[in-house]
Design a protein around this ligand. Structure first.
Ligand SMILES: NC(=O)c1ccc[n+]([C@@H]2O[C@H](COP(=O)([O-])OP(=O)(O)OC[C@H]3O[C@@H](n4cnc5c(N)ncnc54)[C@H](OP(=O)(O)O)[C@@H]3O)[C@@H](O)[C@H]2O)c1
Length: 199
């Protein structure tokens, strides 16, 4: 399977680093264009490349790692998803304080994302963890870092689960985008729950 990231900041790079370490090719993209990613992909090594958002989104599994307010513009660059998997790592926060929370009413953040990516099979993941728990090798002496995920497409979830296992996390299915997504989004029971699974 090939991989792409839309967004190449803290979270996009952390996920790309895990994928490259597992031997996968990853195309990273950002807002400023591939030329601004030269140092980043050089640090990640030869399996990493820089591309446009369209090029990154052509991968079979694409990680969305932009700030909440940038989601519509980033996803508008992708004309067609054709069933490719979009892993939504975002949180509905425009900043870091509680007043920056974006209340969508009965809607969940990933349903908002899914509406901006028609045809994508959306899986919610990584958003519950702080970056310092995503960045290191998730295999610790005491156990593997739990990684909650949610989605409505069983095959997409199975593919995501396999990738999450391969890069060292202990994936836990939280349910559908609506129910699981609600548990996982900011304010939900699973948000900022950092735990290890003993094997
Ligand atoms: N940091 C955390 O602890 C953490 C943990 C879990 C989840 N999250 C969520 O993960 C998401 C990303 O957070 P982050 O900390 O990685 O943010 P970040 O470091 O600020 O990176 C954001 C990235 O998005 C890119 N971007 C912005 N607009 C874009 C567009 N229109 N098209 C393509 N790329 C675009 C930026 O590109 P440029 O550099 O070119 O502007 C940058 O590479 C957020 O939704 C956040 O809530 C964060």
């Amino acid at each position: 399977m090939d991989f792409g990231t839309i967004g190449a900041g803290t979270i996009g790079q952390a996920i790309a680093r895990h994928l490259v370490a597992a031997g996968h090719r990853v195309v990273l993209s950002n807002r400023r264009g591939p030329d601004a990613l030269g140092d980043t992909v050089a640090r990640l090594g030869p399996l990493a490349g820089a591309g446009t958002v369209t090029e990154a989104a052509a991968a079979e599994m694409v990680f969305l790692a932009v700030r909440w307010q940038d989601i519509p513009a980033a996803l508008a660059e992708v004309s067609s998803w054709d069933g490719r998997i979009l892993v939504d790592t975002t949180n509905q926060m425009t900043g870091l304080t509680p007043r920056d929370y974006v209340d969508l009413g009965s809607d969940t953040g990933s349903e908002f994302v899914a509406r901006h990516a028609p045809g994508a099979r959306v899986v919610k993941a990584f958003n519950t963890l702080f970056a310092q728990y995503i960045e290191p090798d998730p295999r610790h002496g005491e156990g593997r870092q739990l990684l909650f995920y949610a989605g409505d497409d069983a095959d997409a979830k199975a593919d995501f689960r396999a990738v999450a296992e391969e890069i060292g996390f202990a994936p836990v299915d939280a349910g559908s985008l609506r129910e699981g997504g609600r548990l996982m989004q900011v304010g939900g029971l699973l948000s900022a729950l950092h735990a290890l699974k003993q094997d």
